[in-house]
Design a protein around this ligand. Sequence first.
Ligand code: HEC
Length: 208
Amino acid sequence: MNKSNIHLILLAILGLSLWSCKAKDNFPGLEYAPNMYNSVPYEGLSQITDKSQGMWLSNREDGLGEFFNSNINNDHNMNMREPVTNTVKRTDGGYLPYRIPKDSADYAGRVLVNPTDSTAEVLADGKALFNIYCSACHGPTGNGDGAVGKVFLGVPPYNLGRVKELPEGQIFHTITYGRGRMMSHASQVAVEDRWKIARYVHVLQNQN
Ligand code: HEC
């Protein structure tokens, strides 16, 4: 066998081995050392049950094998357990999640209705919450003259111009998302409390 024949044979072997790696349909191609691609430890959101990807623990008596990243102790070889029925939180303190997008403040003002009752008690709660969360900037009477508001600048008085006319739904929206330099208060103020505050802000809008 001369030298060029050996080259040809080597080339053919190389060609064949590359061809055999071809991915087809659902088959991703032969993986060399699959534990370098697929994590051997369990990962919450992935599970590999394809037997052709190599068995991790084999020859169990019950015929089951444990494959990369799949947990034979759970249904469907899943790694994460499914939550117990009714354990997924679907409401925020009895309210549906707020889905109106940030840029739709006008829309929120048109469609949302304050679900709290118009009682002295609700108003008193709203005032107390307002004094905790808002008055530092907006001032105790909503004139924008709170201690922080004086240096923060750009805090509008509630009882003038466009802000005076804002419906409660839009105030709720502003508390939820913030606006301009005012940040969102959604993480501090519960949904029901935001509506109580909106009621109180509405009172401040109407003062002279
Ligand atoms: C850190 C200061 C700060 C705090 C705290 C703050 N705000 Fe504001 N707020 C602002 C500023 C600044 C603006 C003006 C935003 C703009 O128009 O760019 C504003 C605007 C508003 C407006 C008018 C929105 C509009 O459409 O023009 C309302 C209503 C309002 N805030 C309500 C609240 C309420 C209710 C709270 C308490 C939950 C609160 N703010 C807390 C700074 C603050």
